[in-house]
Design a protein around this ligand. Structure first.
Ligand code: WTA
Length: 632
């Protein structure tokens, strides 16, 4: 099967076809997969619901399209190249046949432990091959996985377990991250004190730290697989059966469970992977994300494996034990496509060129960026020093909700333009609108980014709350998917993503709702009220700035600030810890009691020359106090 676009004119034609006849276009791509029963309808779309179905009534199992489909030709090909945290420990090389057998065996084990089709299974694991096996085995038996980033706190884990009513948790004893050995299982134990739905916990041994096993609930991974067969007949699923739930932050409330279903996600992650990265058989692909994020789902696991590719999985962090770690791994495995986040690029750029010196990086053909806007300086540094000026750089824009890359250059095909995500993939119809929803046509326009036509890997609902799904994505501009991002179309018609236009921050490429951080801060007993905004941060893209009204109750301001930061770390995790906490006597509010965030954002960004109209404020005097006490 060959769905790879070969040239710019090929792209232009394919794009046009996909807009003129979307169903015919996706039908052609879906047909190359193995389906147990073909679909009746390519697309059924009803924007009022909104309800979307792709490949309606088609029956399949996604993992058959990774394993059975390739086994005759690919059995001994490497599926996963695993690199441990510590370079002195040996890596693992897992072939398609081995991964297949591990997946089958673990599918049997999960079934023996009582998991059935449709049950939710939370995966809270380090970046080890067993985590990939866990996801694939869920897909194999039709259980719905929900991977929770292992850097989240036990209370964030408990919230997610409760929201999806998980029956099982898959975890490990510990997690090697840089110089740390994080007690993962202990965090699961803490989380399970706040939940009642989990019946079984399967624990994979990784760091050998001591753990407590609860009788009847907790079992070891190596014990449960021991007597299981390495053959397993894949469960036949409907195209619209749930594949996974992944929690992500929005502008209000708690993180929501983004739901993805099977057939459409499979077709789109495969197609986008192949085309954006121009992946060729025998290439080695490395995406540095964690499987706890959508990037890890789609471009460490599903996309590369559906394409029969070789994917690198790295347990550690970019700077341990030295700041050349990424470059060392690229040379070691002769990585051809390297995909990382601007925050990592900026952090490594700050280390200078010396860490690069021992490495050749001559295997690289394509380099990629994802997760946040990449500034031009970082773009050039990455392009010149890592790509050596001759690797196309794909700046890929997409979201947890979109399932796969939506706007991006196709490597070596679309002319490169620094900091521009550039052009939509075939099948993707972006539209720029103004605040009233009028389409801004033509070039040199700036507005809000929506997608006006469904695509196969789009979010189906927010788990357990279809109303919230509709309100979040389809109400601002009725009938269209609203992304929450601002965008500019330049004089050449190339798109440049400008960042979020809602109350979602992007901190080191991690999505974080301001309300979520405020709720965590407000848990501290001395806090009366708080307001959180993002501000430009040299390495992280955005930092977190919190304004807090509190009652010191005898504590010093500094001590309380430390406690507040720790409260957030405990409730959400280290990634949400505010960079700056400023204690204030009041927050600027409108007469209707709404916090004027615009002013807070400007103060946090040191941009106070033009604060705009403050005359409508209830308490204009606090603005001066806040400016005087600003801590940046
Ligand atoms: C931002 C990550 C600019 C954007 C795959 C989006 C980007 C949010 C880019 C989704 C990019 C992602 N350029 N901004 N190339 N890629 N974003 O759900 O604001 O973790 O809405 O998905 O990241 O983050 P999420």
């Amino acid at each position: 099967m060959n769905h790879k676009i070969q040239s710019l004119s090929g792209y232009i034609n394919e794009y046009q076809e996909s807009v003129d006849q979307p169903e015919k276009f996706w039908n052609g791509i879906a047909e190359s997969f193995h389906w147990q029963k073909p679909w009746d309808n390519v697309l059924s779309w009803e924007s009022e619901g909104p309800n979307v179905k792709w490949f309606e009534n088609g029956k399949l199992n996604l993992t058959e399209n990774i394993f059975e489909r390739y086994l005759f030709t690919h059995a001994n090909k490497t599926a996963i190249l695993w690199e441990p945290n510590d370079p002195n420990e040996e890596g693992r090389k897992i072939s398609y046949l081995e991964l297949y057998e591990m997946t089958c065996q673990f599918s049997n084990a999960m079934t023996s432990q009582g998991v059935m089709k449709g049950d939710r299974v939370v995966i809270y694991m380090p970046m080890i091959p067993e985590a990939a096996v866990a996801m694939l085995a869920c897909a194999r038996i039709g259980a719905v996985h929900s991977v929770v980033f292992a850097g989240f706190s036990s209370s964030a884990l408990a919230d997610r377990i409760n929201d999806c009513e998980a029956k099982m948790v898959l975890t490990s004893d510990g997690n090697f991250r840089g110089s740390k050995n994080i007690p993962v299982k202990a965090l699961v134990d803490e989380a399970l004190e706040k939940t009642t739905c989990v019946e079984k916990v399967i624990v994979c041994k990784r760091t050998k730290i001591k753990v407590t096993m609860v009788e009847g609930r907790d079992v070891w991974w190596h014990d449960v697989i021991k007597n299981e067969a390495i053959e397993h007949k894949a469960t036949v699923l409907d195209s619209e059966d749930l594949l996974f739930i992944l929690y992500t932050s929005g502008s209000t409330g708690k993180p929501k469970g983004v739901v993805h279903s099977t057939g459409g996600y499979m077709v789109y992650t495969y197609y986008s992977f192949l085309n954006v990265f121009q992946y060729k058989q025998n290439d080695v692909f490395w995406c540095t994300a964690d499987i706890g994020w959508i990037t890890g789902h789609s471009y460490i696991i599903y996309g590369p494996l559906l394409a029969g590719g070789t994917t690198v999985m790295f347990e550690g962090i970019p700077t341990f034990p030295h700041p050349g770690r990424f470059w060392e791994i690229i040379d070691k495995y002769k990585v051809n496509q390297f995909y990382t986040a601007p925050t990592a690029i900026r952090a490594l750029q700050a280390k200078g060129l010396e860490p690069l010196e021992p490495y050749k990086l001559d295997s690289l053909k394509v380099i990629g960026s994802v997760g946040e806007p990449i500034n031009e300086e970082a773009w050039h540094w990455y392009h010149d020093n890592i790509g050596k000026g001759n690797c196309p750089l794909v700046d890929t824009w997409w979201q947890t909700e979109t399932g796969g890359i939506m706007i991006s250059p196709l490597a070596g095909i679309t002319p490169n333009k620094p900091a521009h995500a550039s052009l939509p993939l075939p099948g993707i119809q972006p539209i720029i609108v103004d605040a009233e929803g009028n389409e801004l046509k033509g070039n040199n326009v700036e507005g809000n980014l929506c997608i006006k036509f469904p695509w196969p890997s789009m979010i189906r609902t927010t788990y357990g709350d279809h109303k919230r799904f509709k309100e979040t994505y389809f109400t601002t501009y009725p009938g269209m998917y609203f992304t929450g991002d601002g965008v500019k179309r330049d004089h050449d018609g190339y798109l440049r993503i400008l960042g979020r236009v809602d109350d979602v921050m992007n901190v080191s490429g991690h999505r974080m709702g301001t309300a979520e951080v405020e709720n965590a801060i407000n848990e501290h007993p001395n806090v009366i009220e708080s307001a959180v905004v993002g501000f430009p941060h040299e390495i992280k893209g955005q930092g977190i700035y919190a304004y807090v009204i509190c009652d010191l109750k005898g504590l010093s301001g500094e001590a309380l600030i430390d406690e507040i930061k720790n409260t957030v770390r405990k409730i959400i995790g280290p990634i949400a810890k505010p960079d700056v906490v400023q204690i204030v006597s009041g927050l600027p509010k409108t007469r209707s009691g709404k916090i004027m965030r615009r002013i807070l954002r400007k103060v946090a960004s040191k941009d106070i020359s033009n604060l705009g109209d403050t005359s409508t404020l209830l308490n204009p005097e606090v603005v001066d106090q806040i400016i005087k006490g600003a801590k940046n």
